[in-house]
Write a protein that binds this ligand. Structure first.
Ligand code: PLP
Ligand code: COI
Length: 353
């Protein structure tokens, strides 16, 4: 693989004061697709820098853009690993297909990513709760104004040393159920990790923020009856001893952390259900003292306790606004596997070095 090194390296940040996604490393991957040249060219590592994009580039107008999020870690012995990278690129190829974008060879991309992470290994923070966030993305980049799939694309991967996604770390978050706006609907792109889904979620998220909430819990588009997912994470509830999460029905992202949490819970004998979860059920469980815990799962969010859920101006406080036992257990298990404190019996951890 062609590697062009940066002539000047950036100063590393204070790794004890990392927030989420504001600092970028010295290098990135780019790989270009041109239908007229037979498809994908080889990936390259180049200095982190700007793209030269024409104002008529179709992504700027019609939003053919998809992305992924995964993390790399350096364990106590200095071994560098990534968590389930192949699953992210499989999902990215599914997103690509939904948006009429070209799929790519996963092995080629994982191999290139390993080389990038190795080159940037001094950027991997090691304190508890920190990691190197990996952001692969792909955009349509042909210059035209008609509406049709692009014949040219840029695939890229950038890296960012990160701390907690939420500024409060593991302090339980407050989420608001949005009963007017819709993020995704049946047959739409909810299941794809595409830029437009996030644009569609911003107004609701701003509304929630103004009312003092951290994020929105979205409902199904058709009936506004069933909970789906939060802006940047899947949602779980513990109701009367059973762990319940909305089933994947096409409008929810099939979260890799969600899947990891389900596998860990099932393997360890917890009662788990993937099914429709109505707002009514949550509110009633809250009233009857049976809503024992709520938490979100996501690469950026990891396992994130939810302390308050609001619906139409009324709040349900969960577990006295404290992190619950199952939430804590899962946080410990997942971060333990990711950082190799615990044995990886699932085969999720991929060594970079
Ligand atoms: N749902 C949405 C909308 C997300 O943006 C994310 C984050 O990636 C998730 C769920 C969680 O997915 P994962 O666990 O694969 O990061
Ligand atoms: C991730 O968890 O990787 C995400 O993509 C969430 C993001 C929108 C910050």
């Amino acid at each position: 693989m062609k590697i062009t090194k940066a002539t000047e390296l950036k100063q590393k940040p204070d790794f004890t004061k990392l927030s989420f996604g504001k600092i970028f490393t010295d290098h990135m991957i780019t790989m270009e697709y041109d239908e007229s040249k037979g498809g994908w060219a080889e990936p390259e590592i180049v200095p982190y820098g700007r793209f030269d994009i024409n104002p008529a580039s179709c992504v700027l107008h019609y939003g053919q853009g998809i992305f992924e999020g995964l993390k790399a870690y350096k364990n106590a012995e200095g071994r560098i690993t990534m968590f389930r990278p192949t699953d992210n690129f499989k999902r990215m190829n599914k997103s690509a297909t939904r948006l009429c974008m070209p799929t790519f060879d996963i092995d080629v991309v994982v191999d290139a990513l390993k080389q990038l992470v190795l080159l940037e290994q001094d950027w991997i923070p090691t304190a508890v709760g920190t990691s190197l966030y990996i952001r692969p993305f792909m955009i349509g980049n042909e210059d035209f104004l008609g509406v049709h799939p692009s014949k040219k694309y840029i695939f890229s991967i950038i890296l960012s040393p990160v701390g907690s996604y939420y500024s409060g770390g593991l302090t339980p978050t407050k989420i608001m159920i949005e009963d007017q706006l819709t993020r995704a609907s049946n047959g739409g792109t909810g299941e794809a990790k595409c830029s437009g889904n996030y644009a569609a979620s911003l107004l609701g998220a701003e509304k929630a923020k103004k009312l003092g909430y951290d994020q929105v819990l979205w409902l199904d588009a058709a009936e506004k009856k069933y909970v789906e997912e939060v802006g940047a994470m899947n949602i779980f509830f513990v109701i009367d001893g059973t762990v319940v999460t909305p089933m994947l029905d096409g409008s929810i992202l099939a979260g890799i952390t969600r899947n990891s949490a389900l596998q860990i819970l099932r393997k360890n004998g917890y009662k788990v259900e993937e099914r429709h979860v109505s707002v009514k059920e949550i509110l009633e469980a809250g009233k009857n003292g049976k809503l024992e815990e709520a938490f979100g799962t996501g690469t950026a969010a990891v396992i994130s306790p939810v302390g308050v859920i609001a619906y139409k101006g009324k709040e349900v406080v969960i577990n006295e606004n404290k992190m619950g036992k199952i939430t804590e257990y899962l946080y410990d298990q997942i971060t333990g596997i990711q950082t190799e404190r615990y044995n990886d019996e699932f085969g999720w951890v991929v060594g970079v070095k």
